[in-house]
Design a binder for this molecule. Structure first.
Ligand SMILES: [Zn+2]
Ligand SMILES: [Zn+2]
Length: 348
């Protein structure tokens, strides 16, 4: 079968690899029908060095048809269309029961990118802990809803997690930093939770227009001090109660500090590309600012968010602006890195 491998920064290849097969009684084998490239895939695409290790199988967001199951799998069966969240989890441990599937205590729990031999940007995937990880979809593999349902594997659930961890409610004003797929779906999530004002900080007109469609009340294209000043003007000088940071780079974090209101929350879902504490924690202490967020346990939100997609209330799949086959995956990475594409859907 064919699969996507990343060798180093800028070097993504689609190659023949050994067929994925069932190895554990709790595994399912899934034939991938829809997958995509994630903004977080662009981090190693920009920085991975050859000495960082062997080539990595890529892709952690996918929908597919169950082709085979191990003897202990009970919740999905051959022929089911399923979506996989970006973290593998058992669904039964203490953390999963609390809705924090990304901290699952099972020894086989993992992120796809941590599994050296599997990935969703491929023809097929072995899914460990299938009962806990996979969710059956009540549509056909060629349904027009597939792009929106695919966002449940990561970007929509991640935007929603940011908003939940930030405590967004009808009484809150929100700033969303980043006009990538997660930022735009953080806007949609903030609107879903009733936010009074949603300020989207982003510079790409097509993306911020989609952000307005998703519910942004204001758009701020300026960055740095000028951007902070603009958000303050829009909020009576105070900043917003909640800041959803969906980028992960230091300037975005500094922007968040600049626009959060005293007593407010900065909720981060962009994977931090900085190692040191980016600000002296005294900066947060004085104004009673809280830091929240982390990798989203999207598995916890799939059943909650799916009905609004199925009945057409929301269309998060609008974040996909290009589609390709497996052969086009290396170009899809480059297009997303160059910001020619917002998010590319892959049909293996
Ligand atoms: Zn992702
Ligand atoms: Zn668990």
């Amino acid at each position: 079968m064919r699969a996507t491998l990343m060798y180093s920064a800028g070097d993504v290849r689609v190659e023949s690899v050994p067929d994925s097969v069932i190895r554990q009684p709790t595994d399912a084998l899934v034939r991938v029908t829809a997958s995509c490239v994630c903004g977080s895939d662009l981090h190693p695409y920009g920085s991975m060095k050859p000495e960082d290790g062997p080539a990595r199988r890529m892709g952690h967001e996918f929908i597919g048809i169950v082709e085979d199951t191990g003897s202990e799998v009970t919740t999905v069966k051959r022929g089911d269309l399923v979506v996989a969240p970006f973290a593998i989890s058992d669904g039964t441990c203490e953390f999963c029961r609390e809705g924090l599937h990304t901290s699952c205590a099972h020894p086989q729990a993992n992120f796809w990118d941590g599994e050296p031999d599997e990935g969703g940007q491929a023809e097929a995937v072995r899914v460990p802990l299938a009962d806990g990880t996979l969710v059956k979809l009540p549509v056909a593999p060629d349904s027009a809803l597939i792009p929106s349902l695919l966002t449940l594997s990561d970007v929509f659930g991640t935007g929603y997690h940011a908003a939940l961890m930030g405590g967004v409610s009808a009484r809150t004003r929100v700033t969303v930093i980043g006009d990538g797929a997660v930022g735009l779906l953080a806007v949609l999530s903030a609107r879903r939770l009733g936010a009074e004002q949603i300020i989207l900080m982003g510079r790409h007109r097509e993306r911020t227009d989609l952000g307005r469609e998703f519910g942004a009340t204001d758009v701020v294209a300026a960055r740095g001090e000028e951007g902070i000043e603009r958000v303050r003007e829009l909020t009576g000088g105070h900043g917003t109660h909640v800041v959803l940071e969906a980028v992960g780079h230091m300037p975005a974090y500094e922007q968040a500090i600049g626009v959060v209101r005293p007593g407010g929350v900065i909720s981060r879902v962009g994977v931090p590309q900085y190692e040191q504490a980016p600000v002296d924690f005294g900066t947060l202490f004085g104004p009673n600012i809280r830091l929240a967020g982390g990798p989203a346990p999207v598995r916890a939100y799939i059943e909650e968010l799916m009905p609004d997609i199925l009945d057409g209330t929301i269309d998060p799949g609008k974040v996909f602006d290009a589609t390709t086959g497996l052969d086009g995956v290396p170009a899809a990475y480059q297009d997303m890195a160059d910001r020619r594409s917002l998010k590319v859907l892959i049909k293996p």
